[in-house]
Design a protein around this ligand. Structure first.
Ligand code: SF4
Length: 276
């Protein structure tokens, strides 16, 4: 087929697409490398596209009763966005794990996905999660930094689920590892110097994720890692029940993210991405 003929065939194919299929194509085209954080500070297009794609993945997860593809999609796109910020100097590196002693946030889909992975790792991994949950179950988000405790997935200062670690871990960066050592070991209460572009990326993905979950009538929330994984391990048929709309994470320790600014961002993304 010649070039002209191929172009005509492509145009005919595009014309045959439904508006939803066209939107999906456009969204995937702009999200090839995840949300572009530098662009998204002034143009919310990528964030809205991410909300729509995540929503489509959650609907697919409800149909298949399997959350894996949705979570893998989210984590892969977060990695793309973080990679795009590689020119911004940060102090983080292999073997530096001060932040792995603090509160680790995980969304419900990630907890369901990771609980399967941790189960496959074996009894010792599950026992470590339960032990950390037992030791930290009473410690609220606001004061957790005063009670350092290793994440159950941390072994010899390395993450044993690195490729599948939660999005919050992928987006937790610092410009000063000495400040992390002091703050996360509860020596000082200084603020971790996080480059603004990284902090913004975290907020962008959270807004897109929450808008997509709420549009799919699924529970939103940022739960404490060990508490959420333990709840999944202790709940028969957890994945199916959550995907059917049951709030299986009810009562699990959670981060309070309901600042009016954040709620407004989620409402904005939901209304602009889905029209309601
Ligand atoms: S999941 Fe991995 S990266 Fe995240 S806090 Fe635990 S050990 Fe650290």
């Amino acid at each position: 087929m010649g070039d002209a003929k191929r172009r005509r065939a492509e145009i005919a194919r595009l014309k045959a697409l439904s508006p939803e299929q066209r939107q999906e194509r456009e969204d995937e085209a702009c999200l090839q490398k995840g949300i572009d954080p530098k662009k998204a500070f002034t143009d919310s297009g990528d964030i809205l596209a991410m909300a729509r794609r995540l929503h489509a993945h959650f609907e697919q997860a409800k149909a298949t009763r399997n959350i894996d593809v949705a979570v893998q999609y989210l984590l892969q796109k977060v990695d793309g966005s973080v990679y795009s910020l590689r020119d911004i100097p940060i102090a983080c590196g292999k073997g530096c794990s001060h932040c792995c002693t603090a509160w680790v946030s995980v969304s419900a889909p990630e907890a369901l996905y990771l609980a399967k992975l941790i189960t496959a790792m074996g009894q010792a991994a599950m026992d470590r999660v339960r032990a950390v949950h037992a030791a930290t179950r009473e410690i609220e988000f606001e004061v957790r930094i005063q009670h350092p405790h290793d994440c159950p997935m941390l072994q010899d200062n390395l993450c044993t689920i690195y490729e599948n670690r939660p999005k919050s871990c992928r987006q937790a960066v610092s410009g000063d590892s000495n400040a992390c050592a002091r703050a996360f070991r509860n020596i000082t209460n200084e603020t971790i110097p996080t480059p603004v572009m990284y902090a913004g990326t975290r907020a962008m993905y959270s807004a897109a994720l929450y808008a997509a979950l709420s549009r799919s009538a699924l529970e939103t929330g940022a739960y404490e890692f060990s508490a959420a994984i333990t709840r999944v391990l202790d709940t028969p048929d957890a994945e199916r029940r959550w995907l059917e709309g049951e709030d299986i994470f009810n009562g699990v320790l959670r981060e309070r993210t309901s600042s009016s600014d954040f709620t407004n961002q989620v409402d904005f993304v939901r209304s602009e991405a889905f029209g309601n």
